[in-house]
Write a protein that binds this ligand. Structure first.
Ligand code: F6P
Length: 734
């Protein structure tokens, strides 16, 4: 039996059962009501006839009795009257009545009831002055007729219900269940056949959750297929590009199956409460974009500061939550720190001290003893969390990220000499003189040298570090192998340029006009900037260059628009708060300069300040004609690489500051000095007017670089060196 038939038969049976039960109750009630009516009427008649009929019994006067009966015969349903001796024998009766009627039951003045057979009803009343009794007979057939009528109506009601239920069920099954299933099945068939890449799944209707699961499945299939194609392509072309799969296998082999533990202050997923609901936010962070693909590929644990206001509500008893929420691949373990600690460790020492110290961006570093105390304490807190996490694991691998944890490597190594520890410094390292102004430079350097592998983005930062250590610490530097030996321990110093993964086929291009309208931007040529609002990013300098470009090339007024997606960052620090104002004011000033009646609604700079989800930023990368990265100083800058890695139809153009690590690799970008406003303005013109062929050549070359030097290669090189570390010291550099 088909599902639909089964469904309908079950619904009909259930409806019939309910309806029959209900009708049975109704029929029983109706029967009782009609009988009650008969009893009542019969009793009244017997009562009123008793006195007049009593003398007729003695005389056996049938005629007089017939007259009385006739008189009352007009009453509906009266069938006759009979008078009886006490033993029940009939003395006299109207025609057609039985010869005998049982006397009224003792104690009953008037005894009423149906006569067996059910067609007649009798009420018997004893005479008052002589023995014997009177019986009044009524027609009782209408009681059964009334009950039958109730059943008949019940049947028709059931029939109507069945027809309606069947029609509605067929409708729902056809249009709300079968149709979406057929559409989803067709969509899945196309996905399986590789014909419907990027096509949105059909609306799921009642089966919405099933459709979104199918979508997830299709995405995984697509990813697996893309990975397989990429692998095949690479094998075919003899290249050895790193992929997620390859890194996974490599890490398994190098780390011999040990879980990977990543420590980074910024957590990759924050749970926050918005409008009373818990939402997941992905912070704007190059570190997160760079490191997460590795944990996604290899699994393990990310230990980070639980900074979201709903973070505590979403962890288990061990402060862990599985992420990414839509497809969990690794654990996020949250460490809790107090507001005071956050002020001192994160805002204070890390971001008002080390951050400006390492970036040459003309912000004076602030060093406060109180901040240093908190920095030390929070490093200890994280050390405890890591030690708990690696307890019982032999030779665990810990990959520490960034300047928030300079002291952590030493703390870990002291407790677990068998641990393989790396520290990757995501920001630049200045020269020894600049670093020397830090009152705790020796402690910081010593803490860092607890690591077995210490990584920077570029060789220049490694060299600066080696020289800084040379100036400040008692140690032996092996300039040939680029390692530092302090006491009994060696640290390898090496450059690992961080990167991104190439974007997989992302489906149809978003509508550029629509996207621009969403932020109030207008213009044929779209230039893009994506930054945390940080004074090192050269955002004001970029705006000045846009102004200069329009001054020098007025034909672009009304046609060129620069959209800046700026994510507020570290706003507890006055310098960052001031920057937001500065950037807004500068955009406002420049816009006011170029606004004219002819260009109504157009402005050269559209500043979209706020948190922008990665998926949203990815849409902008795909349609922007050019992207400008003008950092005054930057370890790497992953925005530049993300733009190049985007799945675009047409080649883009990249303007890139020479003070970013990325400029060492993306040689075909338009490399600029962001302080040189004139040159950046010219680079904008160059990007806009570049010959298509030249544009394509540069674009392909940059894409090749990112494809080859991707994030999996970054992870693989680090894992490789970490796996090779010699834990038993033999006085040779690792
Ligand atoms: O650039 C250094 C860095 O730590 C990045 O690695 C990261 O993307 C960025 O700063 C984010 O900073 P925060 O975590 O303070 O928001």
């Amino acid at each position: 039996m088909r599902v639909t038939t089964r469904l309908i038969v079950s619904i009909v049976l259930a409806a019939a059962l309910v309806s029959a039960g209900w009708t049975w109750f109704q029929a029983r009630g109706e029967r009782a009501r009609l009988l009650e009516e008969l009893n009542h009427r019969g009793a009244l008649l017997a009562e009123s006839l008793r006195e007049a009929a009593e003398p007729l019994a003695k005389r056996a006067d049938a005629k007089a009795l017939a007259r009385i009966a006739d008189k009352f015969g007009g009453r509906r349903r009266l069938r006759g009257i009979s008078l009886h001796a006490p033993d029940g024998k009939t003395s006299v009766s109207t025609a057609g009545l039985p010869d005998f009627s049982p006397p009224p039951r003792p104690g009953e003045a008037i005894d009423c009831g149906l006569i067996p057979g059910g067609a007649l009803h009798r009420c018997a009343a004893a005479f008052e002055n002589s023995p014997g009794f009177l019986a009044v007979f009524q027609d009782a057939t209408y009681v059964d007729a009334g009950v039958r009528e109730v059943w008949r109506r019940g049947f028709f009601r059931l029939l109507t219900q069945v027809l309606l239920i069947t029609a509605i069920t067929l409708w729902i099954v056809r249009f709300d269940i079968l149709a979406p299933i057929e559409r989803t099945a067709e969509w899945m068939r196309l996905q399986r056949a590789g014909e419907g890449r990027g096509a949105a799944p059909p609306p799921g209707g009642l089966l919405g959750s099933l459709t979104s699961e199918a979508q997830g499945l299709a995405k995984s299939l697509e990813t697996a297929r893309a990975a397989a194609e990429e692998e095949a392509r690479l094998r075919h072309s003899g290249q050895s590009v790193w992929t997620a799969e390859r890194l996974k296998e490599h890490a398994k082999e190098r780390l011999r199956g040990r879980p990977m533990v990543v420590v980074a202050n910024r957590e990759p997923y924050m749970h926050v409460r918005r409008d009373g609901k818990i939402q997941v936010v992905r912070p704007a962070s190059g570190l997160v974009s760079g490191v997460e693909p590795i944990l996604k590929a290899c699994g393990g644990t990310w230990i980070g500061h639980g900074a979201g206001d709903a973070d505590r509500e979403t962890v288990d008893a061990f402060d862990r939550v599985r992420v990414p929420p839509e497809e969990p691949r690794y654990s996020l373990r949250r460490v809790w720190i107090t507001k005071e600690q956050e002020e001192g460790y994160y805002y204070g020492f890390a971001n008002e001290g080390l951050w400006p110290l390492c970036h040459i961006a003309h912000a004076r570093p602030q060093f406060r003893a109180e901040d240093w105390k908190h920095y030390h304490a929070v490093n200890r807190l994280f050390a405890d969390a890591v030690l708990a996490e690696i307890e019982g694991v032999d030779e665990p691998c810990v990959m520490i990220q960034d300047y928030h944890f300079a002291l952590l490597p030493r703390m870990l190594k002291e407790a677990r000499p068998d641990a393989r520890v790396s520290l990757f410094w995501h920001i630049p390292w200045p020269n020894p003189e600049a670093f020397g102004i830090c009152p705790w430079q020796r402690e910081i350097l010593d803490g860092m040298l607890g690591a077995d592998v210490l990584g920077f983005h570029i060789q220049a930062h490694c060299n600066n570090f080696l020289e800084t250590v040379d100036h400040a610490l008692e140690c032996r530097i092996d300039w040939e192998h680029l390692s530092i030996r302090r006491g009994e321990h060696s640290t390898l110093i090496k450059s690992y340029p961080i990167s991104v993964a190439m974007e997989e086929a992302a489906g149809p291009l978003p509508a550029k006009d629509e996207l621009m309208r969403s932020v109030g931007a207008k213009g044929a040529i779209l230039a893009l900037g994506v930054d945390r609002l940080d004074y090192t990013k050269g955002i004001v300098e970029r705006f000045l260059a846009v102004e200069r470009f329009l001054d020098k090339n007025p034909s672009y007024i009304g046609r060129f628009v620069f959209v800046e997606l700026g994510a507020p960052s570290r706003t507890s620090i006055p310098r960052y708060r001031d920057l937001v104002e500065e950037v807004k004011n500068e955009a406002g000033r420049i816009n006011a300069r170029f606004e004219t009646k002819e260009n109504k609604g157009w402005k050269p700079i559209v500043l979209a300040v706020g948190h922008h989800e990665r998926t949203e930023v990815a849409r902008w990368y795909r349609v922007a004609d050019l992207c400008a990265v003008t950092s005054l100083h930057d370890g790497m800058n992953l925005v530049a690489k993300e733009y190049v890695a985007a799945d675009r139809e047409e080649p883009g153009a990249l303007i890139l500051s020479r003070f970013t690590g990325a400029s060492r690799e993306l040689r075909d970008a338009l490399i600029v000095n962001p302080y040189d406003i004139e040159r950046v303005a010219d680079a904008i013109r160059e990007a806009v007017e570049m010959e298509p062929e030249e544009r394509r050549r540069r674009w392909e070359s940059m894409r090749e670089t990112v494809r080859e030097r991707n994030i999996y290669r970054w992870g693989a090189r680090l894992v490789d060196d970490l796996g090779r570390v010699r834990l038993v010291d033999d006085d040779k550099p690792a």
